[in-house]
Design a binder for this molecule. Structure first.
Ligand code: TXA
Ligand code: MG
Length: 311
């Protein structure tokens, strides 16, 4: 039996009701599909960690319907306010100090005195947040360490009966997770490259530092196939994931036009498709500018063999 539902207002109300009862609901966002639950309900959050097989020390992002509500959860300094006004609703997560009025439970924050907050832009996510009336934590709706889902079908396949209800909002427009910026000090610092392209000059100094979102550098977004990056051509039994005008045959091409937005939207579902039939994947070089920074970040972590990550 399929648990995938069209986002009618009746189904959104039903999903909100289930969330209030502690269920796990997959919701579309403009970045990737999230596996949502009531952020204030630690039993539901514990089920969510278990469903993803995600170690509990890796904290979750609280999704909120607007900045005013976000201010109940986190303390916004000038930098955080500026970024929120500029990008929200949108693909940016801000890490702020915890506000005394917070409702997000300790388990969801992994006991930290900071909190990760995001106001998503997808109309279905927004309608669900409004119907639910409180923060929803939502990690990407995939088992820990695997490729993030960009369609309702991906979620159904990956999560099986561990998800109670899936709202189908179509393919994710961006296809790559939000950018995470820490606003714990006066100078904002990028913790994870992502869909929002932060101004280079503002963040130039921080970019040279090691990102420190928990788990941010280890193996993640990983297919079963081995990945070889910056490959000019495929070797042996490798599939070739191309980028840009086809000089050699690509099994799939992230963007023949060499467009980084298109490549980001295609990245996860093309990796999934190649992973279904190929033992190894060679990936063409992707420019390390703009959205290419986030694409290269995801590919590098997907190619890492040594350590296991936990998002
Ligand atoms: O686009 C997205 O951000 C998606 C959609 C569903 O909204 N969500 C997502 O969540 O990517 P997840 O759980 O896969 O990644 C959350 C990241 C983790 O790397 C976690 O360590 C970091 O956010 N994080 C959460 N709270 C934090 C905190 N207080 N300080 C630093 N990093 C934090
Ligand atoms: Mg994830």
């Amino acid at each position: 039996m399929s648990r995938i539902y069209d986002p009618t207002s009746k189904n959104i109300q039903k999903a909100a009701e289930l969330l209030r009862a502690g269920a796990l609901v997959a919701m579309p966002t403009e970045t990737v599909y999230g596996l949502a639950c009531d952020a204030a309900n630690s039993e539901a959050v514990a089920r969510l960690y278990a469903a993803k097989d995600r170690p509990q020390f890796n904290p979750l992002i609280a999704h909120i319907c607007d900045l005013e509500t976000a201010k109940h959860e986190g303390v916004f300094n000038q930098g955080a306010l500026g970024l929120a006004h500029q990008v929200w609703p949108g693909p940016l997560t801000l890490v702020t100090p915890l506000a005394p009025t917070h409702t997000v439970c300790d388990l969801a924050r992994a006991g930290l005195s900071s909190i990760a907050l995001r106001v998503p832009a997808h109309p279905v996510a927004r309608a669900l947040l409004t119907a639910f009336g409180g923060p929803l934590v939502a990690p990407s709706a995939n088992p820990s360490g695997q490729i993030s889902p960009t369609s309702a079908a991906h979620v159904a396949k990956d999560m099986g009966d561990k998800v109670d209800f899936i709202l189908d909002g179509g393919a994710c427009e961006i296809g790559l997770e939000s950018t995470i910026i820490s606003c714990l000090s006066d100078t904002p610092q990028i913790l994870r490259y992502g869909a929002y392209q932060a101004p280079d000059i503002f963040f130039a100094e921080q970019d040279k530092r090691k990102p420190d979102a928990p788990g941010a550098l280890s193996r993640h977004y990983a297919p079963k196939a081995t990945l070889r990056l910056n490959a000019a051509y495929p070797e042996g039994k490798e599939a070739y994931l191309g980028f840009g005008p086809a000089l050699i045959h690509s099994t799939l091409n992230l963007s023949e036009a060499g467009n980084l937005n298109e490549a980001a939207a295609n990245l996860f579902h093309m990796l999934r498709r190649l992973d279904e039939t190929w033992p190894a994947i060679a990936v063409a070089p992707i420019p390390k500018t703009g959205l290419g920074l986030a694409i290269n970040d995801r590919l590098t972590r997907a190619a890492t063999r040594e350590s296991i990550s936990h998002d």
